[in-house]
Design a binder for this molecule. Structure first.
Ligand code: HEC
Length: 157
């Protein structure tokens, strides 16, 4: 009786510890998070022409400028709705905001795309969690349509 009660206590303690440490270090697995992007952009990031844009060279080009990095962060945080052109093709759909991703997760998934999915284009400089926090704070009032309007100045083609 006594023994199982103290074992239960140890278990509860471990669970509490897990709950305390999880939000800080978990969820930054960019490859796993990309699974949700792949539902639309496909596993390879090739996308579906005219419907879901590819995450390819355009992504790396945009990630090489400040305006482009802000746009990419906001696309994930706020969503995006065109008309936009990607790789010369028009898109006028809606990407829903990925609102459940915290700053570390947004950085991780963008870094996964920049290194494992978009393999051509300029050298990729990884996003930091703090950079994403700044982008999020600055874009809190933007709608998906507002983000779409930032596309033209973001360096995409
Ligand atoms: C429900 C489908 C869907 C999901 C899920 C989704 N996207 Fe999108 N995404 C879109 C659509 C549609 C567009 C283009 C919007 C338009 O037509 O204006 C887009 C646009 C983008 C763009 C802008 C491309 C450019 O060149 O301007 C990026 C970057 C992007 N998505 C990244 C992601 C990432 C990263 C994830 C996962 C965290 C993700 N998307 C999840 C549908 C989706």
């Amino acid at each position: 009786m006594k023994r199982s009660a103290s074992l239960a206590l140890v278990g509860a303690g471990a669970a509490a510890l897990g709950a305390l440490t999880l939000p800080v270090h978990a969820a930054a697995d960019g490859a796993a998070i990309f699974g949700r992007c792949a539902a639309c952009h496909t596993k390879t990031g090739a996308g579906v022409p005219g419907v879901f844009p590819p995450l390819g060279e355009d992504f790396r080009v945009m990630a090489s400028s400040d305006a482009g990095r802000r746009y990419l962060g906001l696309v994930v945080i706020r969503g995006v709705s065109g008309p936009i052109k990607v790789g010369g093709k028009p898109y006028a759909g809606v990407m829903p905001a990925q609102a459940t991703l915290d700053d570390a997760s947004v950085a991780a998934v963008l870094n996964h795309v920049g290194t494992e999915i978009a393999k051509t284009g300029p050298a990729f400089k990884p996003f930091a969690e703090g950079e994403v926090a700044t982008i999020r704070a600055g874009g809190a009032a933007l709608s998906a349509q507002d983000v779409g309007k930032l596309h033209a100045g973001a360096g995409g083609q």
